[in-house]
Design a protein around this ligand. Structure first.
Ligand code: NAD
Ligand code: DAU
Length: 354
């Protein structure tokens, strides 16, 4: 396999989109994924029979396996999407987040460093390790505060954000200490096809179709900046191609919306696409007990990636959201298949007491 990319967490929501885009561009891919509750091989089903895609089930913390994959496939880039990714789960089980996001990333970095050191000079020069991170490491903004830049100090508030911040620092340290050519991306909230329905938008669609309550934490006024997953992956590809090693790049959609407005928008689309005799879907919205430590607002200043690398999002939130809701409506089997007993147990654990 020539000049392939090793993509970790490639069976999850964003990782699978990136694997599909990378294969569409012609680059061979090795996907390493542990297949936790949010990892799903169905996300990569369209690659069945693709000789330039190899899937390996395993943990980024398994150094023997990672070293073997690096030796065997000799990738020119490693892109790390593997993570525990849900804030509410991190509040109930922080250790799982430290295990994968902090210890797993560190083990991965050590293997990648050993591999990079074994490369010839020209291969070393071209190699990149790209770590996919989040806007949540910067903490929370008030309504009028300027958006986060790459220079905003880290101030993570949830165990998830703290674990991502720790991993970002380790990635940076491997550049400063050992010279590993790393790139970091910090992105805002993604939406799109194949997102596990614990996250707000697919959860709203799924509950609405079941005529179940649509839970909105607190007042629903918390603001997130939404970006279509395909735009996020295009930005990552661009950073890989032309980003400066050791730098971080903010990625966002310039689409700030409060959660109540997002819920109402999803309901309005469902009213048009799948009208229900019992009345508008918005009647199902319920305000529930807030998330502890709930960050008020995130917003990204994307001047650096726009100016230096010429990246811009292609999807508008309004049309992207409509396409996304339609995707879930047209892929009822996908949505049904991910709702295992463990998923139902999660809904009980997170929502029963709210
Ligand atoms: P996801 O939960 O859908 O996918 C995570 C994937 O990682 C799953 O396939 C899972 O099986 C795999 N994984 C978990 N632990 C692993 C381990 N120890 N070894 C190997 N694989 C493992 O999450 P996502 O939303 O696709 O997020 C992907 C990355 O993007 C994460 O690092 C997340 O922090 C970051 N991110 C997410 C968003 C967002 O809005 N979802 C925004 C910015 C950044
Ligand atoms: O900002 C980037 C981050 O976006 C990523 O790093 C995380 O991996 C990803 O999960 C996401 O984090 P959020 O906490 O913002 O996403 P979530 O979909 O869980 O929630 C979005 C907003 O909606 C948040 O303000 C909490 C609120 N919410 C969420 C759920 C699940 C509700 O009001 N009700 C809900 O049931």
């Amino acid at each position: 396999m020539n000049s392939c990319h090793l993509i970790t967490g490639g069976a999850g929501f964003i990782g699978s989109c990136h694997v599909l885009q990378t294969r569409a561009s012609g680059t061979p891919v090795v996907t390493l994924d542990k297949l936790t509750y949010s990892g799903n091989l169905a996300n990569l089903a369209s690659l069945a029979g693709d000789a330039d895609h190899v899937f390996v089930q395993g943990d980024i913390g398994n150094s023997e396996l990672v070293a073997h994959l690096l030796r065997t496939h000799r990738p020119s880039a490693v892109i790390n999407f593997a993570a525990e990714s849900h804030v509410d789960r991190s509040i109930l089980d922080p250790e799982a987040f430290v295990r994968t996001n902090v210890l797993g990333t560190t083990a991965l970095l050590r293997c990648v460093l050993a591999y990079w050191r074994s490369l010839k000079e020209e291969e070393q020069r071209r190699f990149r390790f790209l770590h996919v991170s989040t806007d949540e490491v910067f903490g929370s903004l008030g309504p009028e505060e300027p958006a986060f830049t790459e220079h905003t100090p880290y101030a993570p508030n949830s165990p998830y954000a703290a674990s991502k911040a720790a991993s970002d620092h380790l990635v940076r340290a491997f550049h400063e200490t050992y010279g590993l050519p790393v790139l970091l991306t910090n992105c805002s909230n993604n939406y799109g096809p194949r997102q596990f329905p614990e996250k707000l938008i697919p959860l709203l669609v799924r509950n609405a179709l079941d005529r179940a309550p649509l839970p909105i934490y607190g007042t629903g006024q918390n603001v997130r900046d939404w970006l279509h997953v395909e735009d996020h992956c295009a930005a990552i590809a661009r950073v890989l191609e032309a980003g400066t090693p050791g730098r971080s790049y903010n990625i966002g959609g310039r689409a700030e919306r409060n959660n109540l407005d997002v819920a109402r928008a999803v309901c309005a689309i469902l009213d048009e696409e799948r009208p229900h005799a019992d009345g508008p879907y918005a009647d199902l919205i319920r305000f529930v007990t807030d998330r502890p430590g709930h960050d008020w607002r995130y917003a990204m200043n994307c001047d650096r990636i726009e100016r230096e690398l010429g990246w811009r999002p292609r999807h508008s939130f309004d049309s992207g959201l409509r396409d996304t809701v339609r995707w879930y409506l047209n892929n009822g089997d996908w949505l049904e298949a991910v709702q295992s007993g463990a998923y139902r147990q999660w809904l009980e654990t997170n929502y029963a007491g709210r």
